[in-house]
Ligand binder design. Structure first.
Ligand code: ATP
Length: 576
């Protein structure tokens, strides 16, 4: 990121730094006010600012105003360009650009041709995607500067975990051309975790978090281990099929069919570019309304062939017709957990971020996928959840305020490990202790996926005192499955159930059917190989033995054991 040839940024004392999320569909800007990260509304009052530029009579529009021009001025409106930065034409997917300015091949990069000036003699301009990004970022920064009453100089920008070095460099260069210093690029899921962990009520504890970032054109899922305040990304998956645009499409097809049925003389609104644009905008707003209410209206003037159209849809019906997309999202989350080598039982929290995460059905489905004590952090499942459209921008703003006083070189060093994949221990390390039944059980001290170096200490009770043998072992979890008792009688009502996707009163049965007896799955520790045995002699009756485990960066382990309050102790080093 520093290798862009950009001019040096401002002195730390002269910086005003914000957090930015720069999405394919929407962007946000956030700033820290009194230790609280706030997402800033632009001049139009929008906090989710569509990542779109539009040119009309030489004027540049951005955000929601530009989005509205997708109906009347699509060829001079540039949308869905963020993912093209730093990419060659042959590797981009232009699916979402068919209803706006089309991407073209331009040497090593991608460009768009738009009429961005007025005057007879002025022809259209061909803008590289970098130029488009620069113009857009300039508008974002100007909105933030106007709001804050001072010039924004710097930013932390959240980016997808699969951005290549070329994409990162292109983004930093596009920002530099907009006179914006990029303090750091942080990954979107880590930004969301930072925002959650910064809440006053948050307990920083060892946990495994799944971040499902569900946007407009893509869904990205990351599995993150949080150990002692360090974050390690264990696995990521990316999908470009099951995201917000797919849900829009479901509603577009639904209303188009209804329109055709009711207006036999009129054509299919999906076959005319302008009608299609209107259909898409209104379907999206109906979809958003269905996240809040159980009913939503759809109304478009002159939808096709001059015929107006108004209708309504209820949430149950929507959930039925959109079921394939919802199931796809569940599968995606499940596959990320598998890819991390974990089980759903290992997951403590699921953070839902991105606009599509407002959808109550998605949060409910994830609730059924994970065990009951896994927290599903979404607006419909947890009142204290952050707004999913704002979490990442807030996290980026928190990080910006944390590092803005550092010199550029120090920023790289001080924060690199916290936000990238770092070496970590695969298995847990702990001691063997006896439970109430006198059986040997594993007591974890260093959790699996703990980033190293790490040091953890526990106190082990020694009720009988004397010579206490401390056995340090590796531990790993396995899932114990208990099958339910077979039922005496088959559930006939269930057997008679008929699948009918068109029945609007039918519940989404796969996920919401709680009646069914399920097999019981629980996570249990398995004792692995012994790493060390230490004898602490002459411990007082009812005393305690302190066991400290240090795992160094080369994964070698130092174990110390001593009586709490006593003298001496045992210390040993094990090589990895
Ligand atoms: P991407 O980069 O994947 O295109 P993004 O990160 O730029 O997405 P987001 O704002 O996170 O954009 O997500 C945009 C999607 O979220 C759109 O499909 C939008 O319709 C959807 N969305 C926004 N608000 C809601 C809501 N309240 N209910 C359901 N969907 C919503």
């Amino acid at each position: 990121m520093s290798d862009t040839g950009a001019k040096p940024g401002p002195e730390p004392s002269e910086r005003t730094a914000i957090g930015i999320t720069f999405g394919n569909s929407n962007s946000s800007i956030a700033y820290l006010v009194d230790d609280k990260a706030e997402v800033i509304a632009n001049e139009d009052g929008d906090r989710q600012i569509p990542t779109i530029l539009s040119y009309v009579d030489g004027e540049e529009y951005y955000g929601q105003q530009a989005k509205n021009f997708l109906v009347r001025n699509p060829s001079n409106t540039v949308a869905y360009f963020r993912d093209f930065l730093g990419q060659e034409f042959k590797s981009i997917d232009p699916t979402h650009n068919h209803a706006s300015a089309h991407p073209q091949e331009a040497g090593e990069t991608v460009s768009f041709t738009v009429q961005d000036k007025t005057g007879e003699e002025e022809g259209p301009s061909t803008l590289s995607v970098s130029e488009v990004a620069t113009r857009y970022l300039r508008r974002l920064v100007s909105s933030a500067s106007e709001y804050l009453g001072k010039k924004v100089t710097s930013a932390v920008i959240a980016i997808p975990t699969n951005f290549t070095d070329k994409q990162k460099a292109a983004l930093v260069a596009a920002a530099a051309a907009a006179d914006l210093e990029v303090l750091q690029l942080i990954s979107e899921p880590i930004a969301a975790v930072l925002a959650y962990d910064a809440r006053p009520e948050a307990k920083i504890e060892d946990k495994v978090i799944v971040v499902a970032d569900l946007g407009g054109t893509r869904s990205d899922v990351a599995v993150v281990a949080s150990r002692g305040g360090m974050y390690t990304v264990l696995a990521t998956v990316h999908d470009y099929e099951f995201a917000g645009a797919a849900l829009d499409k479901v509603l577009m097809d639904h209303f188009a069919k209804e329109f055709i049925k009711k207006n036999s003389g009129a054509g299919d609104p999906r076959e005319n570019a302008r009608s299609l644009a209107k259909l898409r905008l209104e379907s999206e707003s109906t979809k958003r309304a269905l996240s809040l209410g159980t009913n939503a209206s759809f109304s478009v003037e002159s939808l096709a062939d001059g015929v107006d159209f108004a209708s309504t849809i209820n949430r149950l019906r929507y959930e039925t017709i959109a079921r394939t997309v919802f199931e796809g999202i569940n599968r995606l989350v499940e596959s990320a957990v598998k890819k991390a080598g974990l089980d759903v039982l290992d997951v403590d929290e699921v953070i839902l971020s991105g606009g599509t995460s407002h959808t109550p059905r998605i949060a409910a489905n994830l609730g059924y996928l994970f065990p009951q004590n896994t927290r599903i952090l979404a607006p419909s499942t947890e009142v204290t959840a952050l707004n999913p459209s704002e979490a990442e921008a807030r996290g980026a703003a928190l990080q910006a305020s944390l590092i803005q006083d550092y010199e550029a070189e120090d920023i790289e060093q001080s924060t690199h490990a916290a936000v990238t994949t770092v070496p970590h221990v695969a298995n847990a390390i702990g001691v063997i202790s006896a439970n109430e039944a006198g059986e040997e059980v594993f007591v974890p001290i260093v959790q699996p996926e703990t980033a190293v170096p790490a040091r953890r200490t526990v106190h082990v009770s020694a009720p009988n005192g004397g010579d206490v043998l401390v056995k340090v072992v590796e531990g790993n979890t396995h899932i114990k499955v208990t099958q339910p008792e077979p039922k005496a009688k088959a559930d006939e009502s269930k057997a008679a159930k008929v699948e009918d996707a068109d029945d609007s009163d039918e519940e989404d049965s796969d996920f919401s059917d709680e009646e069914e007896e399920e097999e019981k799955r629980e996570k249990v520790w398995k004792i692995g190989s012994t790493l060390a045995e230490a004898a602490v002699k002459g411990v007082k009756k009812g005393g305690k033995v302190e066991v400290s485990i240090t795992v160094n960066s080369d994964l070698s382990v130092i174990v110390t054991a001593r009586e709490v309050g006593g003298k001496g102790g045992v210390r040993g080093t094990l090589t990895s």
